[in-house]
Design a protein around this ligand. Sequence first.
Ligand code: 5GP
Length: 207
Amino acid sequence: MAEKGVLIVVSGFSGAGKGTIVKKIIEENENYALSVSMTTRKPREGEEEGRSYFFVTKERFEEAISNGELVEYANYVGNYYGTPRKYVDEMISQGKDVILEIEMQGAMQVKTRFPEAVLIFVTPPDAEELKRRLMSRGTESEEMVNKRMRRAYEESAFVDRYDYLLVNDDLDKCVEDLHKLIDASHHAPNCSAGLLEKINEQLKVYA
Ligand code: 5GP
């Protein structure tokens, strides 16, 4: 049993379906905690303050940056997005596995600050499917869809910086694989630092 929770980063091209995947795994395991991000983007229809995001002004976001309130942040197609530090720290120390659903720039900051974090990238099977999913949302203008496709092109060159890749062509399989990856990450030695210290102490008599 892990002493501390694991920090899991889930990224993917916008429209890859990572929101759906993350929502599903959170419902299936009560030891997972989903971090709610802060953003300067305007709420979409159906999005709720404090559940989907904390929707803030640019001024408030910049204040959060300078106060060190964020684990990471990025500017994504014209808006700021960032992860509030307090919740992540509290949940990890309570032994919860914290899931961050964030884009690539932020993921790289997490990797630098928390080398033990597990980085997972979700992709649809091909670009055509990506565009189809973005268009079918119906919440985005054609210009915004094209901006997101362009961003996906730029991001595609850096996916090899992640630890794992999940292809989302079958939602249930994808969710199952994500559970397995999180489960496996509990077996990293750093999750059992206390146990290793104890064994080391016990072995000292043989030194
Ligand atoms: P959307 O506007 O579609 O909700 O999100 C746009 C992108 O921002 C998505 O790729 C999403 O994963 C990412 N994102 C959401 N929250 C954060 C965050 O706190 N930090 C970073 N770096 N990216 C985020």
